[in-house]
Write a new protein. Sequence first.
Length: 287
Amino acid sequence: MEVFLQALVNGILLGGFYSLMGMGQNIIFGVMNIVNFCHGEMLMVGMYITYVLYTYFGVDPYVALPIVAVLMFGLGALIQSTLITPSLKTKSFTNLLFLTVGLGLLLTNGALVIFGSTYYKIITPYSQTYIPLGPVTIALPRLISFLILIVVAIALFAFLKYSTTGKQIRAVSQNPIGAEVVGINVKKIYILTYGLGVALAGIAGSLLTQFYTIYPTAGASFGFRALIVVVVGGLGSIPGAFFAGIFLGLLEQMSALFISPSYSDMIVFVTFIIILVVRQVMILRRR
């Protein structure tokens, strides 16, 4: 029972990162209708920024969060305004597909050139601090990171639902032409949305640095899981993305516990395929 409860807690904590990645991917896909295939690489960039700030400037990873968020937002806004906006005018999914995949390769190889293939890890004075909670034990950095993830998710939901800019983002996601007719600057909203999605990926990467190894291809698996979260949680649903991420983390941990850790990735992929097939069947039946 103790092993099961520990796996349950670990799954929830891991799922929080999938949730944050999925929310970033969801907001980009929901507004601009493009799949950001370099989303995982954005997480990797956030990890390296945190590593540089901590190693060379002594900035604690949690203190570095606002800096990482601002820098990643700026990177996303720059990419959107200079590369993705011109590609959107072509209305070609293939162009956007190759563009985002190419950006991911560029970021990965750029990190490889700058930092090499060395695996890095951030170790803080509290990295090995553990909190016993009954039959389970939680690492302090994981607990703090999860609480920050919840705060970010609530803040994002409130921003999109109640703020004027958030309402404009939702209006553009529903009908960009209609939004432009009523005076909303759609191009500006696209830049803001992509920057926000990239910032969320950067925050997730920054929070991961204390218990995950930093290397150029670190974001690949997280990027794919972000797509799964979008599909499972529903397009444009921030609460859906949050709970889908938790579900994915629990699925991964439980499959590793009851079957084998080596099969956990395969089970995640099979589950993803089953969900896609079931949804397609439901759509066809409705028609």
